[in-house]
Design a protein around this ligand. Structure first.
Ligand code: ZN
Length: 286
């Protein structure tokens, strides 16, 4: 088997089994079986660093008589999560315009014109007016600045798609993690029902059912082994282990994209990267 064939083999040999534990717009929690840690980690890293999202990248200050400097306001605007439309916009480096300023396909303009007429007031993200009603702040309630009476802030901001590896403001996830699927066994012949393991577990995974130890919430177990240490028996009455090729994955979006879309995009990007790698190998072998 040549090297290219080995890569192709690796790609198709996964027969992944997925079980969805929880899914809504912002969270997806899955059990993924028959995969190895390398694939899980690749997906995790791609979701964090490679899945693009929209963020303000350039700000033109027209008027700023507030106390905060232009740079700090621009930084705050950059970190305000914006709803992202991956199907209508291009990454600036992949856009046909190849322009420094961008075009309608790689840039969205937002404007802000705020003034404190009556007294001190806070300017919130909801006051940003976008040229595209689909690209707006995820929340209207992100404070941008406080203006004292008579102060004004007027600016034009340009949002672009970008990747978390270049700046954290483009990271679409607030949580992206996986852990091994735990396996807990209570061996009745060694267990003397002292309940110490159930009392010790910080995640309340174990419970006493009658006078027997029972597993209440297996998925909450983080394999800390405190229950095993707490067991006074020798050999131990409780055994905690994990399944070698099964993981619980947890993705929490910061609102810019639905959580399941982030995972789908991560798999697409991994696929694309492997294909590019394969192409490179072909070129080298020719
Ligand atoms: Zn463009």
């Amino acid at each position: 088997m040549n090297r290219t064939a080995i890569i192709a083999h690796c790609v198709v040999s996964y027969q992944v089994k997925i079980e969805i534990l929880e899914k809504d717009e912002s969270i997806i929690r899955l059990i993924i079986r028959d995969v190895d840690v390398t694939l899980m980690n690749a997906l995790r890293r791609i979701a964090l660093a490679e899945v693009p999202s929209m963020a303000i990248d350039e700000v033109v200050m027209i008027e700023n008589s507030a106390i905060l400097q232009d740079e700090i306001i621009a930084h705050r605007l950059g970190l305000t999560p914006l709803k992202t439309d991956l199907d209508s916009y291009n990454l600036p480096e992949e856009c046909q315009c190849q322009s420094e300023f961008g075009c309608n396909l790689c840039r969205v303009t937002l404007t802000l014109d705020a003034e404190a007429k009556e007294g001190t007031r806070t300017v919130y993200s909801g006051e940003l007016i976008s040229e595209n009603p689909n690209i707006v702040p995820v929340s209207d309630k992100v404070p941008i600045i406080k203006l004292a009476k008579g102060q004004k802030l007027k600016l034009e901001a340009y949002a672009r798609l970008g990747k978390g590896k270049n700046h954290a403001k483009w990271q679409p996830v607030s949580v992206c993690a996986y852990k091994y699927l735990p396996k807990i066994e209570v061996t009745s012949k060694n267990c003397e029902d002292c309940a110490k393991c159930a009392e010790t577990c910080p995640k309340k995974v174990l419970i006493m059912k009658g006078n027997k130890v029972d597993v209440r919430d297996l998925l909450a177990c983080n394999l800390c082994m405190d229950c095993v240490e707490a067991c006074p028996q020798e050999p131990k009455g409780i055994k905690v282990d994990w399944e070698k090729n099964a993981f619980i994955m947890n993705i929490e979006s910061n609102g810019v994209l639905p959580a399941n879309r982030i995972l789908q995009e991560a798999t697409k990007i991994l696929d694309k990267q492997l294909k590019e790698f394969e192409e490179q190998l072909k070129v080298k072998e020719e």
